[in-house]
Design a binder for this molecule. Structure first.
Ligand code: FPP
Length: 231
């Protein structure tokens, strides 16, 4: 068996379909998703993963109905006002990536406070991607390099991305049956191992997460090189 991943990311897809199947509004799927998100991230940290990056809202998701966005924003408010203490108690650090200026101002403030209050967290980092887009992040980083008038290397460019401070992405999980990256961590995923689950996100249990970790540990990561001789 190989080693545990240091950095795991999850595309939490399928909340809407989970709700539709139960004849519930989409917002009920997001509430169930949030509950699962909290438990799942704690499971990964408990297993020793250092950084967990979760796709909570893409920039493209911002064009969803006012009703759905209001429900998501209400969840963000509940989460950032109620869960920061729990992260702090668990010695975890909260970070948020994405174009936060696109969010309501009170949520931006709550995010700032959450970051500040957990900045000493040492057991792991929870990174929420909100109003995030990978292409937008790459374009922003390119413009930053251009403004600084410096040619970039692969290393210096990675550092300009919003994930620049974290270890390389090892494992990218997507729930909800679709098999695409949907503008999430495109540059970072170059050599990540991909894991797709047919389960809708609220049904993706700790046992499913464990299966994903175990599957990852059987993978032979070669980064384009020839496999070393065994034995
Ligand atoms: C994708 O499912 C999920 C989202 C757009 C939102 C995910 C958000 C959460 C799990 C809660 C996050 C909360 C905080 C505080 C970070 P979908 O709606 O696209 O599902 P569908 O593909 O079945 O329609």
């Amino acid at each position: 068996m190989g080693e545990l991943p240091r950095h795991v990311a999850v595309i939490m897809d399928g909340n809407g379909r989970w709700a539709q199947r139960r004849l519930l509004p989409r917002s009920a799927g997001h509430s169930a998703g949030l509950k699962r998100m909290i438990a799942l991230s704690e499971y990964f940290f408990h297993r020793g993963v250092e950084v967990v990056t979760l796709y909570a809202l893409s920039q493209e998701n911002l064009s969803r109905s006012q009703e759905e966005l209001a429900a998501l924003f209400a969840l963000f408010r509940t989460y950032f006002s109620g869960n920061v203490e729990r992260l702090k108690k668990n010695d975890l650090r909260l970070e948020v990536i994405g174009e936060l200026s696109l969010l309501p101002e009170d949520i931006q403030t709550l995010i700032g406070e959450g970051r500040e209050r957990t900045k000493e967290g040492k057991k792991g980092t929870l990174v929420l991607a909100i109003a995030y887009g990978a292409r937008q992040d790459v374009v922003r980083a390119v413009n930053e390099a251009v403004k600084a008038g410096k040619e970039v290397t692969m290393e210096s460019f990675s550092a300009l991305l919003s994930t620049g401070a974290y270890p390389p992405l090892d494992l990218l999980i997507r729930t909800g049956r679709e098999k695409r990256l949907s503008n999430f961590l495109l540059y970072e995923a170059a050599y990540a191992e991909l894991y797709f689950s047919d389960k809708m996100f609220p049904d993706f249990s700790d046992a499913d997460a464990e299966r994903a970790l175990e599957d990852y540990m059987t993978r032979d990561r070669r980064y384009g090189k020839v496999k070393a001789e065994e034995g």
